[in-house]
Design a binder for this molecule. Sequence first.
Ligand code: NOJ
Length: 555
Amino acid sequence: MRPGAVRSDVLETEPVSPQPTPSIREWWRHAVVYQIYVRSFADGNGDGTGDIAGMQRRLAYLERLGVDALWINPWYRSPLRDGGYDVADYREINEQFGTTAEAEVFIAEARRHGIRVLVDLVPNHSSSEHVWFREALVAAPGSSARGRYHFLDGSGPDGELPPNDWHSVFGGSAWTRVPDGQWYLHLFDESQPDLNWEHPDVPAEFEAVMRFWLDRGAAGFRIDVAHSLTKAPGYPDAGREFNDGRGTLDPLPYFDRDDIHPIVQQWRRVLDEYDDRMMVAEAWVAAERRPLYLRPDEYHQAFDFDLLTAPWSANEFERIIEASVRSADAVGSNPTWVLSNHDVVRHATRYGLPDGVEPGLWLLDGPHELLDEAKGTRRARAAALLTLALPGSAYIYQGDELGLPEAWELPPDVLQDPIWHDSGHTVKGRDGCRVPIPWDATGASLGFGDGPGWLPQPPAFASLSASVQDGDPASMLALYRSALELRRALLEHETGFELIDSPDGVLAFRRGPSFVCTVNMSGDSSPMPAGDVLLASGPLDDGRLPVDTAVWTRG
Ligand code: NOJ
């Protein structure tokens, strides 16, 4: 059978293990969520930036792909210093993207295509162009307007040094001084001042913003930097740099504090007033801390980012999968699977690098000859079948379904990610995974828009465009479509999951009585699992499962 082909009889049969349909309220437990980075998805008005009109035109594509929901990266009014994670107005759409009325129509239209829409909420910080921050800048030290942010006097004899040693995640100090001598906190770029969640206006405003979008039909929220929000009283020194390699795994006075949870519980009460809404946490915390965010009165889900950094190893994947399933289960949540997003080197490229090469460093320094593109694509295909067969929900980043690689060739003069600047040009940043989507093989931006896009696309994108792949049954797009179709038919209501003993380097698990996913992550071909082949990520040798290949079987 050719790779990506689905046996037609399979789709007409019953689920492998029929179980009561989960309540419609709990659609998120098994949802496939497609992440749209608006700026780079589809440009409807030819200004080089993606927009709501462009997304609207691609709804049929998304329905055909078979996703259940969209997560839209921040689309609010913003100077786009950090791609929209610097929000100037949480209720208005950025004018480059459209209008709030268009957003509302888009949400309803998506629903008619059977797709829910999650919006991105950024509660840890606003833009420095938010009206609150402007008010704070002209207000006196100690005023209530300053109290909505973290304004402090500096240290040193004349307050000329930052209040403490906290570092920005993007690089450099987390403090910037204003003309009257005080300093304000920004855990990210200086254009992203941290909000003070102890000021009563802040929780009240975010509750109102949540209702605003829920009332406009949003299915819920992806919550940005869900592990921050609150800061240790007295702003004690951290004693270490954020980017010292330990990241959020060791305690820091500004991340993963226990007093975050009452805030989350209040949000949950708001969501629970509506019928079937959900929120998913972007919480970069140690795996053992994640369940705290997933207690029944907190988040519905939290991203599991462990696969983003895992080496291509059956043992490692197995360990992560087992832990994630177990810990989500323990608190009545469900696991989530993420291979790429707008913050990391795309997995088709990550998987093409030799073991031990750190993708971020390679992006900056190369050598780029280390990249084995064919291996990366083969593994990306296998990883798609692996994650889409696992229990829980799967998040697909736009372009994953086309097998897009990282645009590592971007020259420094086009880079827009603030990390490039804030790190003093020591980290290249995330623009390479944010390049406009190629829809066609020709045109100034390969069908993204009428003219050039806001970032140049590498030449290889033409042959990976959606319209080229559309007619090719062996394409990544065909594989994703087949996998999503089969997943819906066979796995959507299947809660069973069991790892199966398998040869070294091979990962295998069963879903229900007869569905098995087997992934050969070893260096040699391995025995083919028994049963009928439903779908394979690559060509199958006679009787053997080739290296870097996944197969779904039944029987
Ligand atoms: C996480 C987002 O995913 C990232 O893109 C952003 O830069 C930071 N949070 C700050 O908002």
